[in-house]
Write a protein that binds this ligand. Structure first.
Ligand code: OXD
Ligand code: MN
Length: 593
């Protein structure tokens, strides 16, 4: 039975139900009672497993199909009316043909199942940033995850109904169907504000508010409406005077965004009174505020973090966040105490366990216990360092934008772009070694502009133009920086300790843009402004001056190789590449010569 008088919503739900033919329809109201009933149903069917209620209260384990463990970029489409609008970095198909194909896959796909109607809001519904959506799904796992990573339920429907245009919502349709990988499609129809996802149960493919709406569709809405939807964490640093400065940072998937977002300042900083606050770990929506600064909100309500590598040393805040009310996906299950385990969680892998596939496992088998892209879905409010501004409807003012990648060599620890346009150039040329967050080879360098390659919902050349244009609209723009925590020596060991120690670099960044008399100094180089070794605080850190020197060096031969790589990368954008970026590339080449 429908719970809204919103005709646009009711008509669309009826139309989708007529196609997918569920046995019944359940409207998600967002109450704990209803979610509890669904948890009960999902545990009864074995879709999720209840974990130790004392050690991990409210926590569940889910194992996905073994061929359905990551985002599938080769099966993700932007079906804009014109192929040119999708651009060379997205898969495209004619929307009419794609609808026809998908209708075939959705036809009767929910027969024998329940269709859940999830009204959701990206950003708090009261925020002027908020975008509303409805996801129809036949998976309780999706409902339970959406209940953590977005704001759901009747309050969203009411808000939509009372809004200026009650038909203005994203229409998300998802069915696990038969989980057939050959017929798995994640498809965006930007002109229809619609997303159809079929034959997958993996988070990034099916939690339609997240990557599909909050990045792919929202990036295009941002272009049309004059704002930015970015793959960025938002971090606040409080100095001993109690002033909080915010940065937003874009790194490709599984490059430590969640770790930086929940950074714990090193002892020397804590003793001086510094604190760090997490506003978001994955997505930022950025708008120009009335004061001429750039303001950011995190549109999500929870974290969908990579589990392996997360431990009390690498990210204690994430570990503490996921001790209750958390859904773990594809981690190992410790049968002795019915808890979870993943690689590098500690040095003590369980001896009596099941691996992520549900097979008997112990570490001596040499196979991973948890899938490398296994995840925890946890409410952001449980994070010990969640910012008091986390749900502030207007967001937080951004002092610096930081781009970064995983580069084993060459790219220095940190550098600052000369101005906004140069910063856009730096972001547009970002490269990173690939990780397990998407299917495909791991460890090869690919260009991933602004970490948005898999998430930009329109032509990337136009996206660069939009970034350049935004610079003209922000009277007080943030500074733009690039960092690389991942430099290695000849034997493959990391040169920089990373994690909390990244605070030292963040402090340099913040003081570059807001320092006043305490501004950090730098030297100008062909690639931008770099700190001298003495410009970064190394107090309490055991790292040799020679290593710091090499982390902050500009290797001209390496950068000349970069220049030719960028030429090649840019050539794919043809006449849609803004001339300004070619000028920046020319300037870099001249500076290096
Ligand atoms: C994510 C991703 O899940 O980027 O955040 O893959
Ligand atoms: Mn991400």
């Amino acid at each position: 039975m429908s719970v809204t008088r919103n005709k646009a919503v009711n008509d669309w739900v009826a139309e989708m139900a007529a196609m997918t033919k569920p046995d019944s329809i359940v409207w998600i109201d967002g109450t704990e009672e209803q979610l509890n009933r669904l948890r009960g149903k999902s545990t009864a069917s074995g879709e999720i497993i209840t974990l130790n209620g004392e050690k991990l209260p409210g926590c569940y384990l889910h194992r996905s199909a073994t061929n359905d463990v990551a985002r599938v970029e080769n099966r993700t489409f932007i079906c804009s009316r014109s192929e040119r609008d999708a651009g060379p970095t997205n898969n495209w198909a004619d929307p009419d043909e794609m609808y026809a194909k998908l209708r075939g896959l959705f036809e009767g796909s929910m027969a024998g199942r329940v269709m859940y109607v999830i009204p959701f809001s990206m950003a708090v519904p009261e925020s002027p940033f908020a975008k509303f959506g409805i996801e129809l799904t036949d998976s309780i796992y999706v409902v339970l995850n959406m209940a953590i990573v977005t704001r759901i339920g009747t309050r969203v429907l009411e808000r939509l109904e009372a809004s200026e245009d009650p038909s203005d919502f994203t229409k998300g349709l998802h069915s696990i169907a038969s989980l057939d990988p050959e017929n798995r499609y994640i498809v965006h129809f930007p002109e229809d504000n619609a997303i159809w996802s079929v034959n997958s149960g993996y988070g990034g493919n099916v939690l339609l508010g997240k990557k599909c709406l909050a990045l792919r569709l929202a990036s295009r809405m941002g272009r049309d409406e004059g704002w930015l939807a970015e793959h960025m964490l938002i971090l606040g640093i409080e100095n001993p005077r109690g002033e909080v400065r915010y940065i937003s940072a874009a790194f490709p998937s599984a490059c430590g965004k969640t770790n930086l977002a929940m950074l714990i300042p090193p002892d020397v900083y804590q003793k001086k009174g510094y604190k760090a606050w997490c506003v978001g770990d994955d997505i930022a929506w950025l708008r120009v505020g009335a004061d001429g600064r750039l303001w950011a909100v995190n549109p999500e309500a929870g974290f969908f973090g990579v589990a392996p590598g997360t431990n009390m040393k690498s990210n204690a805040n994430a570990m503490l966040t996921c001790q209750k009310n958390t859904i773990f996906t594809n981690v190992a299950q410790n049968l002795d105490d019915n808890t979870v385990w993943w690689e590098k969680m500690d040095d003590d892998p369980p001896r009596n366990a099941l691996d992520w596939k549900g097979d008997r496992w112990n570490a001596s088998l040499g196979t991973p216990g948890a899938h490398p892209n296994s995840r925890f879905t946890a409410p952001a409010k449980q994070c010990p360092c969640i910012s008091p501004e986390f749900e502030s409807p207007g967001g937080v003012p951004i002092s610096a934008i930081v781009f970064g990648g995983r580069r084993g060599r060459g790219t220095p620890l940190v550098y600052q772009a000369r101005d906004w346009d140069h910063g856009v150039f730096v972001g547009s040329t970002m490269g990173s070694e690939t990780t397990a967050a998407a299917t495909g080879a791991v460890g090869v360098v690919r260009r991933d502009p602004m970490a948005m390659l898999p998430f930009c919902g329109y032509h990337m050349g136009d996206y660069f133009a939009h970034w350049l244009d935004m610079g003209r609209k922000i009277p007080n723009p943030p500074g733009i920086f690039h960092v690389n925590w991942f430099r290695r020596d000849e034997s493959g060991d990391f040169l920089w300790p990373g994690y909390g120690e990244n605070m030292r670099v963040v402090e340099w960044i913040i003081n570059r843009v807001t320092g006043g008399s305490g501004a950090s100094s730098a030297r100008e180089t062909p690639i931008g402004f770099l700190p001298r070794p003495e410009d970064i605080c190394m107090e309490g850190l055991d790292i040799s001056p020679a290593v710091v020197e090499s982390l902050l060096a500009v290797d001209k031969a390496y950068w000349m190789e970069e220049v030719s790589g960028i030429h090649e990368f840019y050539s794919a954008f043809g006449d849609r590449l803004p001339a300004r970026l070619m000028e920046e590339l020319g300037a870099l080449e001249r500076n290096l010569r």
